[in-house]
Design a protein around this ligand. Structure first.
Ligand code: GLN
Length: 516
């Protein structure tokens, strides 16, 4: 077994030191992403006074675009920029986007008009808001997949430390998410939206500095594969590299417009999925040896499980967040916890449980009992469904028809987290392992594209839970709670059914993985 630690700095807890740079950069990126996202649904419904349905549509479009762009970011890094330049570009766009979100302006107002209540919003600030989201979307596109690929590039394909490295990396993600949701959530409660969003921007700036300081540790793995191609002048008189930077600004402009037409995002997503699947299938059949071909196709198939997973899991920052605000008794020991801060529970459980899961998988592996990747994926869907059913059960026990005890939402997040640990870090590692190295960036992009599809559907499901509101407050809290529970019960049952079906498919999938 060969290892490549010497190329990437001295060892750090048995891993290349460069892993720390991936860990910290992604930690700060996720700090900003999740910190901002914890506030977003409230910004839409309480600051801009969008209805629940419209807010869920905008939210779903945003969280899906954020995961569509990594496909392009991956391809551009594979062919031209190399991961390091892509990460730096992404980080710069992200800092700008998050700081732009801090420009809050005045709150929208409801006014009686000829056709009933009309909402008046300040156009300048609304456009600044959409533009900032667009910067974040393109920024994540350049950063997220490529920093994930850089982790894998530190190890040879067969290196047994790879899964452990991704688990550590995933803890970095969640440390960022945990701190982001708590800090931004409390800043929102006590200082307002601009403070919360501004803190996200400052966090991302820290991530940029960390990466700039440590990027030399990646050596050749971070560099462009063909530097000459990148420096070559195009017919426009600019180098290929500058054309990419210009194109990314055109990308920002497009996303700015797309954010204002959430339904178009669905079509774009569908088209991206078709193109991405076609690219991978064509590549697998024309450029790969039979074993690699089967592995690539299985990786693609397993990625599709994520659509179901994230469509339900991602209720967290949309419908579950609003439900927590409206229908969960959030007073603990006399202290009211802000609804946005509940977004840190999942990350907290990941940080505490990921090491235990690592030990569990290793212990089982020693006996030859470790569940295979497709089995873990199936189990994740079952746990996700059980989480929803527990919440529905708990809501049924409440004596007050408008309030659920906080325990049940915590239990839901616990099961959703154990489910996440069976799919998300496992899938990152699977993608970097089953893919042919020359297209691993593209495959990582496809992994996130599947997340994007799930995230988009999550917006549609969240819209089904919507209730009538007046100035951001629900008119009938008991009816609202009932609507949430009806949707969650159906979601839970479908998820469990999908998980059972996935379990039945495990033997076939394992056969085509060729012991990977
Ligand atoms: N929570 C993980 C992250 O932010 C996974 C997200 C996803 O793939 N949808 O990286």
């Amino acid at each position: 077994m060969t290892t490549t630690t010497t190329n990437h700095g001295r060892e750090f807890f048995g891993h290349p030191k460069a892993l720390v740079i991936c860990f910290l950069t992604e930690m700060w990126e996720r700090f900003s992403y999740y910190g901002m996202r914890a506030l977003l649904i409230f910004y839409l419904t309480q600051h801009f006074l969008f209805s629940d349905e419209t807010a869920a549509g905008i939210f779903g479009a945003y969280i899906s675009l954020v995961y569509i762009t990594p496909v392009l970011g991956g391809i551009i890094a594979d062919r031209y920029l190399g991961p390091s330049k892509a990460v730096v570009l992404g980080a710069l766009l992200l800092v700008a986007g998050h700081l732009g979100m801090a420009l809050e302006g005045t709150q929208a107002v409801e006014q009686a008009g000829a056709s009933g209540l009309q909402v008046i919003r300040d156009t300048f600030y609304l456009q600044t808001f959409y533009f900032s989201l667009a910067l974040i979307i393109v920024g994540v596109g350049f950063l997220k997949g490529n920093i994930s690929t850089l982790v894998g590039s530190l190890y040879e394909r067969e290196d047994p430390r790879r899964d452990g490295a991704y688990t550590l990396f995933y803890m970095g993600i969640n440390l960022g998410s945990f701190l982001g949701a708590i800090i931004c959530g409390f800043l929102l409660q006590y200082k307002g939206f601009s403070w919360g969003f501004g803190a996200a921007g400052v966090g991302m700036l820290a991530g940029l500095v960390v990466f700039l300081k440590g990027k030399h540790l990646f050596g050749g793995a971070g560099e462009p594969k063909q530097p000459a191609l990148l420096a070559a002048k195009t017919r426009l008189g600019l180098s290929q590299e500058w054309i990419i930077y210009l194109a990314s600004f055109i990308g920002v402009f497009l996303c700015w417009q797309l954010m204002q037409m959430p339904s178009v995002v669905g079509g774009l997503l569908g088209a991206s999925l078709v193109i991405a699947v076609a690219l991978v299938v064509i590549y697998a059949f024309t450029k790969c040896e039979p074993v690699d071909r089967d592995r690539m196709l299985i990786a693609l198939f397993l990625m599709s499980y994520q659509v179901i997973f994230w469509s339900l899991f991602e209720q967290t920052a949309s419908s579950l967040s609003l439900m927590t605000d409206r229908n969960v008794d959030r007073v603990v020991f006399g202290f009211e916890i802000p609804a946005a801060a509940f977004q840190s529970i999942n990350a907290f459980f990941i940080i505490t449980l990921a090491p235990l899961f690592n030990i569990l998988w290793l212990t089982l592996a020693k006996r030859g009992w470790e569940p295979s990747t497709p089995t873990k994926f199936a189990l994740s869907l079952i746990q996700l469904g059980l989480g929803f059913l527990l919440l529905v059960y708990g809501a049924g026990l409440a004596t007050d028809p408008t309030q659920v005890a906080v325990l049940w939402i915590v239990l839901l997040y616990l099961l959703h987290t154990t489910g996440e640990l069976c799919i998300s870090p496992v899938g990152l590692s699977m993608t970097s392992k089953l893919s042919v190295p020359s297209v691993v960036g593209m495959m990582m992009g496809c992994w996130f594209l599947a997340s994007a599809a799930g995230n988009y559907v999550s917006g549609t499901i969240a819209a089904m839970t919507g209730s009538a509101t007046i100035r951001g407050e629900v008119a009938d809290p008991a009816a609202a709670l009932q609507t949430y529970m009806d949707v969650y019960q159906t979601a839970g049952l479908y998820s469990i059914a999908a998980g059972l079906l996935a379990l039945a498919l495990v033997p076939i999938i394992k056969h085509y993985m060729h012991n990977a």
